[in-house]
Design a protein around this ligand. Structure first.
Ligand SMILES: *Cc1c(COP(=O)(O)O)cnc(C)c1O
Length: 377
């Protein structure tokens, strides 16, 4: 990772909390600057399909709104986040007291981990899922329990729940980095079987894509929190809304859960510019709808490409696709070869999969991917 400190000859002797020994630093998608430096590819030739960002950027209205208020930087943001909460409350049909805003939904995950888990707590997650659940669990000394299969198998979740009595269950639908989703009906049946002392987190970072693709996979946050007082729904502006750089995410839950999280939240946890961008982006429904439609169109190109070349893939409800390889094809080699050509994708070997995750880009990004990939085969 580009920003990681380089070891120098002089090693300091300070010891840190032993919980840190178990934590591996999260490797975000390689930033473009790093590829320029390491492989000497010129920056205009680099295509980054590694972090599930919106390849169409963000709402132009949001961009303009941020430019218009950029002179306000000396002033602290509105810590009540009133206008943003109003927008989200309207969108989900919940009360403002049922919302918490984070610096990305990542931060909400961090808060809820601290609110609900500590040394010895169990955290139940899918075998392969968003890496940050495990990292935040390690922060508080909690122990992660995983299911055994690639896709969320709610029967397995239930069996493990009964054995381990976890403090938190994470359900990521659609799941990252696999792209599959859970039918909302099945999810509801599962939720009814979980006691009210276990916090269930529904991470809907890609829900906008899933809901547009097939409504049976859409999750209604308002309905869920009305029905289940042990549940928090997470969403983000980083994916379909194209605001990854602004760091805005949110949690929707009954107000008692929100209050608990607020006790841990630092004031002013997102910026004035982020607030403005998020408010306007939420209003620009047209931009998001168009992004989702273009994503669907380009997704089908990946599916036919994979079919044509006999590459297995996971049917995706998101803005990325996971391609699964058979020996002798090796995902790390493939990702590295692509990287040397300026194409950044995510190698999933760290998750124990011989697979890569490719964010669906623009038509020309994807042309480039197909082209390079064909040459590799
Ligand atoms: C991207 C992502 C998030 C959070 O992203 P933020 O930028 O921190 O809002 C959360 N969960 C999953 C599964 C994601 O893929």
């Amino acid at each position: 990772m580009g920003a990681m400190p380089v070891h120098t000859a002089k090693r300091i002797k300070m010891r840190f909390d032993s919980r840190l020994d178990k934590i591996k630093i999260y490797e975000a998608g390689k930033p473009i600057e790093l590829v320029v430096r390491e492989y000497g590819v010129s920056s205009d030739k680099i295509v980054k399909l590694a972090s599930n960002e919106n390849p169409y950027g963000c709402s132009p209205k949001a961009k303009k709104a941020v430019c218009d208020i950029v002179s306000n930087m000396a002033i602290y943001p509105d810590d009540s986040m009133y206008r943003l909460k109003q927008k989200l409350a309207g969108r989900f049909g919940v009360d403002e007291s049922e919302l918490i805003i984070g610096s990305g939904s990542d931060q909400v995950i961090e808060l809820l981990m601290h609110a609900k888990a500590s040394t010895g707590s169990k955290i139940l997650i899918n075998s392969v899922t968003f890496a940050m659940y495990e990292i935040y669990a390690a922060h508080v000394g909690a122990e992660v329990v995983r299911t055994a299969t690639l896709h969320h198998d709610l029967d397995q979740f239930y069996d493990l729940y009964k054995v381990y009595n976890p403090s938190i269950i994470f359900i990521c639908t659609p799941n990252n980095p696999t792209g599959d989703a859970i039918e909302s009906q099945k999810l509801l049946e599962f939720l009814h079987k979980i006691d009210s002392e276990t916090l269930v987190v529904i991470d809907g970072a890609y829900m906008e894509y899933a809901a547009a693709k097939d409504e049976r996979y859409a999750v209604d946050a308002a309905q869920l929190i009305a029905e289940f007082d042990n549940l928090i729904y997470l969403g983000t502006l980083s994916k379909a809304y194209g605001l990854g750089g602004m760091r805005v995410g949110y949690g929707v839950a009954q107000s008692e859960i929100v209050t608990a999280l607020y006790k841990l939240r630092a004031p002013f946890n997102i910026t004035t510019l982020s607030l403005e961008a998020a408010i306007v982006a939420l209003e620009d429904v047209e931009f998001v709808d168009q992004s989702i439609a273009l994503n669907a169109e380009q997704m089908s190109r990946y599916e036919s490409f994979a079919d044509r070349h006999n590459i297995e893939y996971i049917y995706s409800y998101t803005n990325f696709i996971t391609l699964l390889f058979q020996e002798p094809l090796n995902s790390s080699d493939i990702a590295l070869s692509l990287l040397k050509e300026g194409m950044i994708v995510r190698d999933l070997s760290g998750y124990g999969l011989n697979a890569i995750r490719v964010t669906i880009g623009t038509s020309s990004d994807n042309d480039r991917f197909f082209d390079l990939f064909k040459r590799l085969l």
